[in-house]
Design a protein around this ligand. Structure first.
Ligand code: PLP
Length: 373
């Protein structure tokens, strides 16, 4: 019998890297700097070099990365933060934790990312209403596909807003000749184990070219203290990433480019099998998808999932509810319907996807999916 098809495969890289990870973890037991060890500055330097951003800061999670970025811009009560309604709940939670108001925006059906035309309309409505100050746009690179930064950034600038990229699902992707982390002025990512660059626990990172912003983030990450860590100069939190997780990420970085290449090859094979027969998330010619997830749109989703399951093929739905329909966020639902978010919530289906799939497995999933439609 052939190997079971896994939705994510977290064990294969652990097997490949085991000796290297053990060596790195043992080195930490020897030097004893469990917090703030050389692994932290080491991973930050490698991440900055990888993305092309001037600064990288390792933090405790992708959620902390978003919160620290918002705090760093002093986002708070009375501010409007625009974000797509089709994303993980962490994006909206981060906004609400600062006391700001999330303004949910519809997405584009093909890219699954925030629709720049809808963003413009949402900003105009907030300006016309006059109750909130447009403060920031959070663009999410859903499933690994970069948002339309060339369109979003000028719209935000025109209204005096900064742009934060929630690239939790997208490290390794890019646009033109730049990588995620260097596509806009602030980027937050996650090292949750199933992400493109996964730790063995929680973790995240932030990227910027701006020295002053980086200083603020570093301070907020360490309880809001000054560089000498003596005086609290602003409100902060414990947003540190520990040396052990940084050691794991340093090890994972040794195979990251190779894994990204495998992701791209597997996505190309799925696309060759499926294109023209089923709707697939699609970006523009300049986009380099990180392929965190491979997502198609199907009409009869529950039946398709059940048929796949019967053949031992896992699949998953990200996300079955747009954020403005969740109890916690419904008070901020816009008056007008977000039709594409609702359509995607009913149709999006993610297929098994990770670097360690075989061609035979990809072909088996593709055939089973097409037969199930
Ligand atoms: C789009 C998005 N934003 C934020 C996060 C939060 O990241 P973390 O789980 O590392 O806090 C996630 C994690 O799944 C995510 O997918």
């Amino acid at each position: 019998m052939s190997d079971p098809i896994l939705f994510f495969d977290l064990k294969s890289p652990a097997r490949r890297l085991r000796a290297d990870i053990e060596k790195r973890l043992m080195a930490i037991l020897d030097h004893g700097q469990y917090i703030g060890g050389p692994e932290v500055t080491g991973v930050e330097a490698e991440l900055a070099a990888f993305t092309g951003a001037k600064h990288a800061l390792a933090v405790a999670s992708g959620t902390d990365a978003l919160v620290i970025a918002l705090m760093g811009e002093e986002v708070g009560p009375g501010d409007a933060v625009f974000l797509p309604a089709f994303t993980y709940n962490a994006t909206a939670n981060a906004v609400l934790m600062t006391g700001a108001t999330p303004v949910f925006v519809d997405v584009d059906r093909a890219t699954c990312n925030i629709d720049p035309a809808q963003l413009e309309l949402a900003i105009e409505r907030v300006v016309a209403e006059g109750r909130l100050k447009p403060k920031m746009v959070i663009a999410v690179d859903l499933y690994g596909l970069p948002a339309d930064y060339p369109a979003i950034i000028p719209i935000a600038k025109q209204h005096g807003m900064t742009v934060l990229s929630d690239a939790a699902q997208a490290l390794g992707g890019g646009q033109g000749n730049k990588r995620i982390g260097a596509l806009c002025e602030m980027t937050a990512t996650s090292f949750y184990p199933s992400k493109t660059l996964g730790a063995y626990g929680d973790g995240g990172a932030m990227f910027t070219d701006d020295d002053a912003r980086f200083e603020r983030w570093s301070s907020i990450r360490w309880h809001g203290t000054d560089a000498a860590k003596k005086e609290s100069i602003r409100v902060g939190l414990n947003g540190r990433l520990d040396s052990m997780q940084c050691a794991v990420i340093l090890s994972k970085l040794t195979i990251f480019e190779e894994e990204l290449g495998l992701r791209a090859a597997h996505a190309a094979r799925y696309l060759a099998n499926l294109k023209g027969k089923i709707a697939v998330q699609t970006g523009g010619p300049d986009d380099r998808h990180a392929w965190g997830l491979f997502t198609v749109m199907v009409e009869n989703r529950d039946a398709v999932m059940a048929t796949l399951k019967d053949q031992g093929i896992p699949s998953a739905v990200y996300y079955s509810m747009p954020l403005h329909k969740h109890k916690a966020f419904a008070p901020h639902a816009p008056a007008e319907p977000l039709v594409n978010c609702e359509w995607l919530a009913a149709h999006a289906l993610s297929l098994p996807f990770h670097p360690y799939l075989t061609d035979e497995q990809i072909d088996r999933v593709s055939s089973a999916l097409l037969a199930a439609l």
